[in-house]
Ligand binder design. Structure first.
Ligand code: PEP
Ligand code: MN
Length: 364
């Protein structure tokens, strides 16, 4: 893919966050359910220091006949929080009508949901509908772990003239049952950050976890990876929430989560730290060189094996042999305290590269 540049305005100039102290916090219920529920949640959050209120007005539900949001009426309740509590308000838009209603109501910030980001037609329609405005838009990752699709959505908005763009990492759906509702696959938001260093990066531990007890650990990991902020689902009474009840926290619980977070610095000017880190990094660089030397040697042997198999008319792949290698590396890996999954990934890649070399040899 071609490297793209986005023309962005830094989040510190959006007028949404009063200062850029980490973590920036956006919080509020999954869905606006009633004026009372929304306002009480907002007031409690504001008392805990939250400045930006989130609430879903139109809810993208996986199956029909679930609670699908209260619609534009909920915007009136959000406006009350904006007016009476001085909070900034944010909601999700998924089609042109939502954009029209949200802009008309004076919503401060929008977000695009994971199911919408995954659909380029929908993204283009939203970008066209937003043309000419300068409202900040946060784009959730698509439900599938596709970096280009995510970036494509950012590009469509940027090409429509929007410059206040950030991303929300909310994890990726999977067919298999896992600890979290949506698998984080942190390497994907990290890749987005690598390409767009100034991009505002928010983590959504609520939709990653699916369960409130995991919100703390995911939030901490996001902070450790240098995310700028968190969007957390908070409900005045989570047990009776009409959507995503298991993952919402009370405003008090949210405060405790935030207080427990350890916020680390990106760098340090401390001379002792600099010396120590430089030494360790030199060691890593050395080891990386050695790894590459060993990999290159291994590939040369694989090439010889390919020639030998060709002379003797033997297939490239012998599954029995691959099973034995895996068994051996797992055992050895465990002795060194290396995780099986990690070892399997590395050796699968090495094995595949070795098959590729042998295939080239066979073809001649
Ligand atoms: C939400 O934020 O309430 C939501 C629907 O999230 P997602 O698009 O990540 O599923
Ligand atoms: Mn939700």
């Amino acid at each position: 893919m071609t490297a793209t540049k986005l023309d962005l305005i830094k989040a510190s100039e959006w007028g949404i966050f009063s200062d850029m102290k980490k973590p920036l916090v956006i919080a509020g219920p999954c869905s606006a359910e009633s004026e009372q529920q929304l306002f009480e949640t907002a007031r409690a959050l504001k008392n805990e220091g939250v400045e930006v209120l989130r609430a879903g007005i139109w809810k993208p539900r996986t199956r029909p006949n679930c609670f699908e949001g209260v619609g534009a009426e909920g915007l009136v309740w959000m406006k009350r929080a904006q007016r009476e509590l001085g909070m900034k308000i944010a909601t999700e838009v998924a089609n042109v009508k939502h954009v029209y209603e949200a802009l008309k109501a004076g919503v401060d910030m929008l977000w695009i949901g994971a199911r919408t980001t995954a659909n380029p037609f929908a993204m283009q329609e939203l970008a066209d509908a937003l043309k000419g405005t300068d409202i900040p838009v946060l784009v959730k990752n698509p439900v599938n772990p596709d970096v280009e699709l995510w970036i494509g959505a950012l590009e469509r908005l940027n090409m429509a003239g929007l410059k206040k763009i950030g991303v929300i990492h909310r994890g990726f759906s999977s067919y298999t049952k896992a600890k979290y509702r949506n698998i984080p696959q942190w390497q994907i938001p990290i890749e987005v950050k690598r390409r767009f260093k100034d991009m505002l990066m928010i983590c959504d531990p609520s939709h990653i976890s699916g369960k409130r007890e995991y919100i703390q650990e995911i939030s901490q990991q996001a902070m450790d990876l240098g995310f700028d902020g968190l969007i957390v689902e908070s409900h005045i009474c989570p047990e009776i929430a009409l959507s995503d009840a298991a993952q919402q926290v009370t405003p008090t619980a949210l405060k405790e989560i935030l207080e427990k977070l350890i916020i680390r610095n990106i760098d340090s000017e401390n001379v002792k730290y600099k010396e120590g880190i430089d030494e360790l990094r030199n060691r890593i660089d050395q080891l990386d060189d050695e790894l590459l030397d060993i990999l290159a040697d291994r590939m040369k042997v694989a090439e010889k094996i390919g020639q030998y198999k060709k002379q003797n008319n033997i297939t490239i792949l012998q599954t029995g042999r691959w099973d034995k290698i895996l068994e051996k590396v797992f055992r050895k890996g465990e002795e060194h305290g290396l995780d099986n999954e990690f070892v399997e990934k590395i050796f699968t890649a090495i094995h595949q590269a070795s098959i590729d070399v042998q295939t080239r040899v066979m073809k001649g």
